[in-house]
Write a protein that binds this ligand. Structure first.
Ligand code: V47
Ligand code: SF4
Length: 384
């Protein structure tokens, strides 16, 4: 490891030495990593950090997604999925009963989390979602509900004329356990105004998460990368997250989301190369020293590239997902209806010599699959 840093240019060498000494790197040093760090240098450092934190473990969970609607009042330039209210006949809108049928479809299956994220529908309001939380919890109290991006929540609370704290408390009391990380995109206004000008800004997004954390809820954070943003915007984004994490310690995981360019208003922007994806994961691991976990969202990256991230600082592959999600497939992701069995996920992790460990949403370990044979999983429903 020391030899690795000695062979690097002087300035880069100093950053590498700080990382090995577990010292925090500055925004300028983070930028230097993006500008000058080659794939093997960054990968080796990120791998060192992740193995120090989690040994050889790669986490996943057993979850499913519900998208209540793709009707949305906003018009993010990168979004291939949403439909304005005026075009709602091209979209969908699930009733509470339909969503409960999805939940009931998992009765008896060893799922621990439901992830609920959708468009911002002008007519689905706070009381609609409070009622949904209550119904889900009444049906299956142990199911962890991770739901609503800060964008959905900000709109819901403003419409209901309640403060973020009041609104969050109501949802939390009704059953909402944690928040997903979506809607963060790129915080810097230079980019945010070009890609998603009309939705909640950086401070608003961060405030919603701060409010959740203060109520004892956890949340995730994402970053939509690989479009028109520059390295400095990525560092700015991660710096804002690092500062909030110092304040609240409420973030579970950071999830970089690779921009996909099919059928949206940014289709002219080429997608990033895999090598750049891996460099980004590695820098994120090195920069966000107060985030315990780094997640690769496999539907966006594809399964092979998700495997590759496990050598570049990633220690979590999200979950089985089981979804009819359209947000990714409509933007060009390889996964048309993302879903993996536990056996497939475990195999993916074992193939790259990592140790598959099932977790719950809060990263409590549920089961270590190191010594479970895939053939046994295929016949035992509690394992698959
Ligand atoms: O904020 C939309 C992204 C996000 C595109 O917390 C796109 O566990 C790439 O919140 N190319 C929503 N990305 C998804 C989300 C999420 C996903 C996975 C895990 C978690 C978690 C949260 O989807 C949006 C936006 O950044 N998105 N369009 C696109 N063309
Ligand atoms: Fe609406 Fe979310 Fe799509 Fe933006 S990314 S248009 S907020 S569904």
């Amino acid at each position: 490891m020391q030899t690795l840093t000695r062979n690097a240019p002087k300035a880069l060498q100093q950053v590498g030495e700080k990382i090995l000494a577990a010292e925090r790197i500055t925004p300028a040093e983070g930028l230097l990593l993006f500008e000058q760090g080659n794939l093997s240098y960054l990968g080796t450092l990120a791998n060192y950090v992740i193995e120090k934190l989690h040994g050889n473990k790669t986490y996943f969970n057993r979850n499913f997604h519900i998208e209540p609607t793709n009707v949305c009042v906003f018009s993010c330039a990168f979004c291939a999925y949403s439909r304005l209210y005026a075009q709602r006949e091209e979209g969908w809108e699930l009733s509470t009963e339909q969503m409960m049928d999805i939940v009931k479809g998992y009765d008896g299956k060893p799922i621990t989390e439901v992830h609920i994220v959708g468009g911002v529908h002008p007519k689905l309001n706070l009381s609609f979602f409070i009622d949904l939380m209550k119904q889900i919890k009444a049906h299956r109290p142990s199911l962890h509900i991770k739901g609503y991006t800060a964008v959905e929540l900000d709109y819901m609370f403003r419409k209901a004329k309640v403060s973020a704290e009041q609104g969050m408390k109501l949802l939390h009391e009704a059953g909402l356990d944690s928040l997903p990380g979506g809607g963060a995109e790129i915080f810097h206004p230079e980019i945010r105004e070009q890609i998603c000008a009309d939705k909640v800004n950086a401070d608003g997004w961060l405030d919603i998460h701060r409010t959740a954390h203060k109520l004892g809820m956890h949340s995730n954070a994402t970053m939509l990368y690989g479009h028109i943003e520059k390295f400095e915007h990525r560092i700015d984004h991660m710096e804002r997250l690092r500062q909030l994490q110092d304040e609240t310690h409420g973030f579970n995981t950071f999830i970089p989301l690779k921009f996909r360019n099919k059928d949206n208003d940014m289709s002219y922007v080429p997608e990033s190369a895999v090598t750049e994806d891996m460099r980004l994961y590695a820098v994120a691991r090195l920069y966000l020293d107060n985030f315990a976990h780094l997640k690769a969202y496999w539907p966006m990256l594809g399964r092979n590239n998700a495997q590759l991230t496990l050598s570049f600082g990633v220690n979590d592959l999200d979950g089985t997902i089981d979804d009819t999600t359209k947000i990714y497939s409509m933007a060009g992701s390889e996964e048309q209806t993302p879903s993996m069995t536990t056996a497939q996920l475990v195999t993916l992790i074992k193939q790259v010599k990592r140790q598959p460990v099932e977790r719950d949403t809060l990263y409590n370990e549920i089961r270590d699959y190191s010594n479970v044979e895939v053939k046994d999983m295929e016949v035992d429903p509690s394992l698959n």
